[in-house]
Design a protein around this ligand. Structure first.
Ligand code: ZN
Length: 418
C-alpha cells in the first residue's frame, strides 16, 4: 500500500543523543540501544474514523521517535499497518449502506492527506491487512505446526497457554484482561474456548462478510495475528520498538507478541514497548463510540494552519493523558508567530545551546514540551536582546524543522512572510 510523501528534513551539525524511552513492559525509562538500523512497528488505523486528534498525537509520537533516531545516526526501518478488514468497518458499511472497501479507501486517503499536512514522517513500509492475508495464513500454519491453534466451530483460536510470558507487557489481573478483551473486539464469553482470553486467529466465513480462501476454509484474519504477520515478514523476528496507543496494550499487543514469539521461538519479539496516552475531549477519551472527536481535516478546512495543529500537539508528553481544548490552538498560533518573527530577523543569538537543549529533551523520553520551551527561550532572546550571529535564524529554522517537524515560515522585519 502506498505511504504518504515524506516531508523535507533539514541537516543539522553534529549528532543527537541516544534515546531513552519509557518501556511499558518494565515500567521504566530505559536506553533504546538500537543497532545501526532501528526497527519499529506501529499499529495503524482501522480506516473508519480518520484522523482524530488522538490518532494524530499517536503518530506524532513515532514521528518524533524516528526523528531522534535519525538525528542520532540510525537508519530507521518503520512499518505501519492499516487494518482494512475488520468488524467496525463492516458495521459502518451496513449503517451507511456503503461498500466497506470504498469506506476504507476514502478513509486511508484522508489519513494520508492529514499525515502529510502535519509533516509526520511516513513509515518505510505501509502495509494493508487485505494485501497481507497470505502472510497471515502462513503464520497460522506455523502456529499450527507448534501445536498453538485449536478450533471452535470452524473458527481458529490461539491458546494463550502456549505463550508462557503472556501478560508480561500489560501486567493486568486476569479479571481486568477479561474485561479489556470484551471491550476490544475479543469474545471471552464464547463457549468452547480453552481460556476466555484466547484470541481469534481466523474467523470462518459468515453471511454478508468478505472471505478469502485458506487451508482452514474460507474466512478472514483475526486482528492481532495481522500485525504479528506483517511485523515478522517486514521487520524480522526481533524489533526494537512496538508502538501504538495505550488502548492497544491489551489485548492487541499482548496477543500479537505472543503469536510472534511462539511462532519464531525468539524472545523478546519487541525490545521496547512504547505507548501513547489517550487524548480527551469533554472529560472523556476521544472515541468513535462516544462521538467526542475533533478531526485534523475539520481543523484544516476551518483554516487552521497544519503547523499550528502540530505545535498544539507538541505541547504534551506522550506518556500522560491530556484534554484537548480549542484554546490550545490560540496558544500555538501565538507561539508560531513568535518563532516566525524571531527567525525573520537578520541575526540572532547563538543556536548551540538551542540545538543541545532540543536534542537532550527529545532524547529524554521524547520530552517535546521542554524542547518547545527551549525554542521559546531562544525566540524570546532573539526578539528582546537580539543577537549578532548572522547564521542563527537559518540554523534555528533547521533545528525546529528537523527535530520538531515544524516548518516555520519566517516573517521578515517588514511584515511579509517568505
Ligand atoms: Zn497492531
Amino acid at each position: 500500500m502506498q505511504s504518504w510523501p515524506a516531508p523535507a528534513r533539514s541537516r543539522l551539525p553534529g549528532r543527537g543523543f541516544p534515546l531513552r524511552v519509557f518501556d511499558t513492559a518494565t515500567g521504566s525509562v530505559r536506553p533504546l540501544a538500537a543497532g545501526p538500523t532501528a526497527r519499529m512497528y506501529v499499529c495503524g488505523i482501522t480506516p473508519y474514523d480518520a484522523t482524530h486528534l488522538g490518532h494524530a498525537f499517536t503518530y506524532l509520537t513515532y514521528d518524533l521517535l524516528a526523528r531522534v533516531l535519525l538525528d542520532a545516526g540510525h537508519d530507521v526501518r518503520y512499518v505501519q499497518n492499516v487494518t482494512d478488514v475488520d468488524d467496525p468497518l463492516f458495521e459502518r458499511a451496513r449503517r451507511d449502506n456503503q461498500d466497506w472497501r470504498e469506506i476504507a479507501r476514502n478513509q486511508i486517503d484522508l489519513f494520508r492527506t492529514d499525515m502529510a499536512a502535519l509533516r509526520i514522517l511516513p513509515p518505510t513500509a505501509y502495509v494493508g491487512a487485505v494485501e497481507s492475508i497470505p502472510l497471515v495464513i502462513e503464520l497460522i500454519e506455523k502456529l499450527h505446526g507448534r501445536d498453538a491453534t485449536y478450533e471452535v466451530d470452524r473458527d481458529i483460536y490461539f491458546p494463550i497457554g502456549a505463550a508462557p510470558h503472556f501478560g508480561e507487557i500489560s501486567h493486568l489481573s486476569h479479571d481486568m484482561m477479561v474485561d479489556r478483551a470484551a471491550g476490544n473486539g475479543g469474545d471471552p464469553g464464547r463457549p468452547g474456548k480453552r481460556n476466555p482470553l484466547d484470541p481469534l486467529l481466523w474467523r470462518a466465513e459468515r453471511p454478508g462478510e468478505p472471505a478469502w480462501p485458506s487451508p482452514f476454509g474460507p474466512g478472514r484474519p483475526g486482528w492481532h495475528i495481522e500485525c504479528a504477520a506483517i511485523a515478522l515478514a517486514h521487520l524480522g523476528e526481533r524489533i526494537d520498538i512496538q508502538g501504538g496507543g495505550t488502548d492497544l496494550m491489551f489485548p492487541h499487543h499482548e496477543c500479537g507478541v505472543a503469536h510472534a514469539e511462539v511462532a519464531s521461538g525468539v524472545r523478546p519479539f519487541a525490545r521496547t514497548h512504547v505507548h501513547t496516552a489517550m487524548v480527551h475531549l469533554d472529560g472523556h477519551k476521544m472515541s468513535k463510540s462516544r462521538g467526542n472527536l475533533e478531526f485534523v481535516s475539520r481543523l484544516l478546512v476551518r483554516g487552521v494552519p497544519p503547523a499550528v495543529i502540530r505545535i498544539a500537539l507538541l505541547g504534551h508528553r506522550h506518556t500522560a493523558e491530556w484534554e484537548w481544548a480549542p484554546s490550545l490552538l490560540d496558544l500555538a498560533r501565538e507561539r508560531l508567530a513568535r518563532w516566525q518573527a524571531a527567525i525573520g530577523h537578520e541575526r540572532g543569538p547563538d543556536t548551540r545551546p538551542l540545538l543541545d537543549d532540543v536534542r537532550r529533551h527529545l532524547a529524554d523520553d521524547l520530552d517535546a514540551p521542554s524542547a518547545v520551551a527551549a525554542v521559546d527561550r531562544w525566540a524570546g532572546a532573539a526578539l528582546s536582546t537580539g543577537g549578532d550571529d548572522p547564521q542563527a535564524p537559518a540554523l534555528a529554522h533547521a533545528i525546529i524543522d528537523s527535530l520538531l517537524g515544524v516548518d516555520v515560515e519566517p516573517i521578515m522585519a517588514g511584515g511579509s512572510s517568505v
